[in-house]
Ligand binder design. Sequence first.
Ligand code: 3HC
Ligand code: NAI
Length: 731
Amino acid sequence: MQSDVQYTEHETVLSYAKEMSRDTGASRIVTSDTVGPVGLICIGNPPVNAISQSVRQGLVGAIAQAEKKPRIKVLLLMSRGDMFSAGADITEFDRPQGEPSFQQVQTRIESSPLPVVAAVHGLALGGGLELAMACHYRLAHKNAKLGMPEITLGIIPGAGGTQRLPRLIGARAALDMILSGTPISGLDAKARGLVDEVVESDLRDAALSFCERLAHDGTGPRPTCNRTVIDDLDETEIAAALLPHARVLKGRTTQNLVIEAIKAASLPFSQGIAIEAALAQKSLASRESLALRHVFFAERESVKLAGSSSADARQAQPAAIRRVAIIGAGTMGSGIAMACADARLEVLVNDDDPAALTRSRETIHSTYASSVKRGRITQGIADERVQRIRSTVALADVADADLVIEAVFEDMELKKNVLSKLDSMVPPQSLIATNTSTLSVTELARATAHPERVLGLHFFVPAHASKLLEIVRTGHTSPESLSTAFRVGKLLKKIVVVAGDGFGFIGNRMMLDGYWREAEQLLLEGATPAQVDTALENFGFAMGPQRVSDLGGNDVGTKARVQLFKRESRPDPYFVIADRLTEMGRLGQKTGRGFYRYESGSREAMPDPEVISLIEKLASERGILRRDIGDQEIVERCILSLINVGAMVLEEGIAARAADVDVVWTSGYGFPRYLGGPMFYADTLGLSHVLERIRHYHETLGHYWRPAPLIERLAAAGSNFGHWDKTSASR
Ligand code: 3HC
Ligand code: NAI
């Protein structure tokens, strides 16, 4: 993140702050200085200036000291580093809040006899913005972003946010901002009355001038808590405010607490703040919040290798990445090219078929044109991105790439051939990646003379927009290669998880051996596609498995399964319905028929009696007597099978941490974030219960429900996946 703030007069303070580790003591985390009549108080708690207990102690101490100096007439609160503050320290949420509490600090600021000014740069999120709102005046740099993202963590703003924000911008606007969790710009904040001035130049200079003006004019404090809320919330307005967030908030409860708290802002401040405190406690203790905080930290942890190899990877230096070459200009190659161009990398796309290159350019143009049309990017940005992508039919042109991503047809011999040629072409420090989703990365790596620099970068469709990136390591992959792959993930703004090189890696393995397999079985046993999909969507999945299959193309699934099962020399007895639909040309939305039927130009999935007849026929051929199946059984079987295979994936070392599995499923497969991912969800169910139910299905449905030994061991020890993760360092 770039900061526009300059601290020219305080370089010594700055360099000192840079040396500080997090939370090494209140006095160093918060520093004070006097500039004319201004007492300048600076927070410096890297990396994100979280308002930890030490920061709170430091602030109270610095305010008290400044107030004692007769020369100081105004207090100015700023922060060092990239941002004002990312909010309260989330790592402190699971323990009692130490003194002074957030509210005590804010009361101290609000009741100061001196006017207190906050000058915001970078991000002011959650508690960071709440701190600024407790100040009497606020300035924001024009590039600043101010927001209340608490809802994404399943909590309500608990440091006065639900009480002060409505007092500053109105109840309806506050509700919108808190429900969306999305930050607004400095300019927008000014327009809404959240800040007094927007600064386009040097923030520190402008803030000091602002403070000097206050001192000169004798302008006093202006506590936000003394204001009244100008608008009331009625039920129609609440419904209208909830509507745009309905999809994201489906199945969630935090929004109800937010509404209750904002309604309380019309009461006297002391009453409103007490109600907020009680509701905040309730939200913090909720399962939803525990799950969402788990995913928040899991997504940040997944880029750190677990276990014995973590030290090597931490020390390994990633290679610099500027030029990326992509081999294969099909669906994936084109998407990956856009992901790289979006990250400002130079991209060269190679395909041996000139027509494929032309199609790819057309796809790239039309995708960017559609982003412009939807207002996501400007035409100028789209043009820049298009220009960053060049194409060539000559493989030799990629010789100076820092990273090559192979995305040619899914064929082992073809890929081996391409990778071995690339290996002899690109410089020794360049990383070579394959986007295979089914083949052995180890075997592909062995086709080169430098298997240590070969790994899998498993992108998902559409590669430019999907969040998840599985990095597939083999036994040969070097720590440097992994470290570079992490850098690539960060550059492309992907959520990265490291997977071992096994059947389907993490996500597809659990899908094919667990979740989807079970969904197909349920169809054969008596459920309908609509019933299975709706039950799982009601559980919280973004889209049920059959609707997903119709969207992606049943043929794509069939092709991938054939390859995958070939890799293991395993028979595939489970996907009979999907495969038959493919044979029949019922490929899904693209052909207007699949598990469902679709009217021309519509994406609405309509039940199709022909599919039900087909399922009945396939069931009868297998001697399966169809029966009524309840939604509860559908959900239980699909989720338990997911958990069971997840445990196998862990035990086999394909995933290093249960939290990694959760990240894969919440970011790549539509598992509800607010349930924390399958393994976290298993812990909330209790592993003894999970095991008991898996054993029940093992007895009633057969061998493929064999309980994962890891679940048996953890359940016997009264342990769980969370605990298993904590001990991962010793494995
Ligand atoms: N508390 C504690 N640690 C935090 C934190 C916070 N609020 N925000 C980020 N961190 C930590 C991360 O865990 C990570 O730690 P690590 O290096 O040990 O893994 C480190 O800071 C850097 O974070 P990112 O890797 O996420 O850095 P980015 O530059 O990609 O993103 C960010 C920065 C946009 C600020 C992102 O970290 C973020 O979204 N943070 C959370 C913001 C948030 O939700 N704030 C509200 C907190 S709740 C609150 O304030 C309650 C209040 O109402 C009382
Ligand atoms: P595609 O069929 O759309 O494109 C492949 C492209 O590779 C074609 O344009 C072809 O001309 C080109 N090609 C073939 N041989 C070549 C060579 N020797 N040199 C240069 N170019 C060559 O395939 P798609 O769907 O893009 O898949 C590519 C890879 O990505 C495959 O390994 C696939 O398994 C993987 N993948 C695909 C996903 C999907 O859903 N489509 C998802 C994740 C991974």
